[in-house]
Design a protein around this ligand. Structure first.
Ligand code: DGY
Length: 338
């Protein structure tokens, strides 16, 4: 869908169009404007958000959820007529989804369009971590190659891989790994999935003791916070590699730093962090970790498709067609919109 540029406003002059509160700039998205269809309040540019919410909060009917602002009762209380929250990304842990659902607000996310892109990045990050590709590149750039060859790296060959979160992205990662002839692919989850050929573990500790590569593709949020702790890392062991493209909080930060520093695990590849865009100094100082700035879905093509899906959800909602991709906790039962 083509969106014309330019008509958003931030000046409190709210017209007849549905009013959308956009929480953060979509800086890495090829986002132009939805100002021809909606009146957009740019929350992140407002000096006194509480005053704005007191004045205009009741006019807001839609939200674009982006950035690190948590969407919970504190802000929802100020938006009594909010109908729909369009979340950028497949992960919607920035929403207190229980509070959203309780109020009868529909939340949408951007699944499917990013699955293959994130899976590519995950496998790329795994190989970069195992074969120490960024370190090898630094070896050249620092002028060290002529003096000494780059040391041999560990190998992916013969490793058993465990995936936590065998959803759409986890399955796409597993499919790719089949082409790499790893020794075994396992997954961990509450229930065994009938349609997959991989070994199932109910317990992450049991799986960690069985594998040497742990890949995290599970949703973030309170239920999965701190799932990977010192015990899981110890069970993964000194040859163990962890790749996290899920959310930083899924791993206990101090436990991971200690495990990497003390050799309790071999290496980590991280695309996500605990308080982005901050990256702990201790990690920056370590040579056995590969760090990416949360770019799992960040190709030009996929980001364009994500923003299009987000916008299409808002268009569909306000045209009375219902949301296109509501999240599981806020299923659409009909009867919305204009
Ligand atoms: C997601 O979709 O949740 C990703 O983390 C955004 O890149």
């Amino acid at each position: 869908m083509n969106i014309a540029a330019g008509a958003e406003t931030n000046n409190g002059r709210l017209a007849d169009k549905p009013v959308i509160l956009q929480m953060a700039e979509l800086a890495r998205f090829p986002y132009r404007s939805i100002g021809d269809r909606f009146e957009v309040i740019r929350y992140w540019q407002i000096d006194e958000p509480n005053a704005m919410l007191a004045r205009d909060g009741a006019k807001v009917r839609g939200m674009i959820a982006a950035g690190s602002q948590r969407i919970d009762d504190v802000i929802l209380d100020k938006l009594p007529n909010l109908e729909v929250i369009a979340n950028i990304g497949v992960g919607y842990d920035r929403l207190d989804i229980e509070a959203v659902a309780r109020r009868g607000i529909i939340a949408t996310n951007t699944p499917d369009v990013l699955t293959e892109e994130v899976a590519d990045l995950t496998v790329g990050l795994l190989i970069a971590t195992v074969r120490r590709m960024p370190q090898a590149e630094r070896h050249i750039r620092d002028g060290r190659w002529a003096k000494s060859p780059f040391p041999n790296s560990p190998s992916l060959r013969g490793r058993s891989v465990g995936i936590v979160g065998l959803g759409r992205i986890g399955k796409a990662v597993a499919r790719r790994l089949q082409g790499f002839e790893v020794s075994e692919i396992c997954y961990c989850g509450r229930t065994r999935q009938a349609d997959v050929p991989y070994r199932h573990f109910k317990d992450i500790r049991e799986m960690a003791a069985h594998i040497s590569v742990l890949i995290l593709t599970l949703p973030g949020g309170p239920e999965t916070k701190g799932l990977v702790d010192a015990d899981v890392l110890a069970k993964l062991g000194s040859d163990g590699i962890i790749v996290n493209v899920a959310r930083g909080a899924v791993i206990e930060k101090d436990a991971l730093i200690a495990a990497l520093r003390d050799g309790a695990i071999l290496a980590a590849g991280l695309d996500v962090f605990w308080n982005e865009p901050e990256v702990p100094q201790e990690l920056l100082a370590l040579d056995n970790v590969v760090l990416l700035p949360h770019v799992g879905s960040a190709s030009q093509k996929t980001r364009a498709e994500m923003i299009e899906l987000l916008q299409d959800n808002l268009f569909a909602w306000f045209e009375g067609r219902g949301p296109l991709t509501p999240v599981a906790e806020t299923p659409w039962q009909g009867g919305n919109g204009e």
